[in-house]
Each structure stands twice: as structure tokens, then as C-alpha cells.
Write a protein that binds this ligand. Structure first.
Ligand SMILES: Nc1nc2c(ncn2[C@@H]2O[C@H](COP(=O)(O)OP(=O)(O)O)[C@@H](O)[C@H]2O)c(=O)[nH]1
Ligand SMILES: [Mg+2]
Length: 141
């Protein structure tokens, strides 16, 4: 299986609700490797870059307000097919559609505050990792 790195962001609601441990634990229990992890704030400029693809959406302003409202945990996670694996573990974007057993299916009820972001392709993973981390922060797992 192809070894992949993916970018994961535990959103402000995850920190506010004391779910950081639960979410890191789920990724670790899956046997993914932690390559980098930090608590940080996302400022408006970084938020707008991260969510640039949604600029024209009606929920964009709300999304930027949400992601900048408090600390987040930024992570790089590595493993076989890690991009797809993390997306499956997250569940559907809409918590009402996310199935039980997924992070959003088990822990969330809000469409904006849906706990976790994970890169959706190898191209976005590369861009997002570079956007959030300096090369020296990426420890070889
Ligand atoms: N309020 C609102 N927020 C949304 C909606 N769709 C997406 N979002 C938020 O915007 C983020 C990015 O959307 P998207 O890339 O489509 O979903 P993801 O890749 O599953 O996170 C989601 O995780 C939600 O936080 C929507 O229809 N309404
Ligand atoms: Mg997305």
C-alpha cells in the first residue's frame, strides 16, 4: 500500500468540547503515525487561503468566523492510503448524513462546526502541509 501523508485540522469546536484526546486517540488506534502536531490559531488570511475553494459559497463568512474563533490542533498524519483512510474516519461533511462509527457520525450535530478537516487529495495534502508547517517541523515518523 502506498504510504501517504495527510493534513488534519481539529477545528475550534473539537478543542472547546475537550475532544482533542478522543480524536487523536481514534487516529492512533487506527495505527496511523503522527508526523507533526501543534496547537495554534488560524488567522483570517490563513483561513481564507485554506478555504479558498469555498469563497463563493453562502456559508463562507460563517466558516471563516468559525475556524478563526479559537485554537485548533494542526497535524500531519502518515500511513498506508492515509488520505482516504482519514476521510473515511471523518465521515460525511453533513453530520446528519455521517454514519455511526465515523467521527462526525458519532460526535457532531452541526454542519459548520463538524470537528475535523482532512485533506481530500494528494495535491491538497501537499499544499495544506506546506501551508501549516515548516519543513523542520515535520519529523520523519
Ligand atoms: N454552514 C455550512 N457549512 C458548510 C456547508 N458545507 C460545508 N461547510 C463547512 O465547510 C467545510 C468545508 O466544506 P467541504 O470541503 O465541502 O467539506 P469537508 O471536506 O468534508 O470538510 C465543512 O467541513 C464545513 O465546516 C454548508 O452547506 N453550510
Ligand atoms: Mg473539503
Amino acid at each position: 500500500m502506498e504510504q501517504q501523508r495527510t493534513f488534519v485540522l481539529l477545528k475550534p469546536d473539537a478543542v472547546e468540547r475537550r475532544l482533542v484526546g478522543e480524536l487523536v486517540q481514534r487516529l492512533e488506534q487506527k495505527d496511523l503515525d503522527l508526523v507533526a502536531l501543534k496547537l495554534m490559531r488560524v488567522d483570517k488570511a490563513l483561513a481564507e487561503r485554506h478555504y479558498a475553494e469555498h469563497r463563493e459559497k453562502p456559508f463562507f463568512k460563517e466558516l471563516i468566523g468559525f475556524i478563526t474563533r479559537g485554537p485548533v490542533v494542526a497535524m500531519v498524519v502518515e500511513g498506508p492510503q492515509a488520505i482516504t483512510v482519514v476521510r473515511q474516519m471523518m465521515g460525511a461533511t453533513n453530520p446528519f448524513q455521517a454514519t455511526a462509527g465515523t467521527i462526525r457520525g458519532d460526535l457532531g450535530l452541526d454542519l459548520t462546526a463538524n470537528l475535523i478537516h482532512g485533506s481530500d487529495s494528494p495535491e491538497s495534502a501537499k499544499k495544506e502541509i506546506e501551508r501549516f508547517f515548516q519543513a523542520e517541523e515535520l519529523i520523519a515518523a
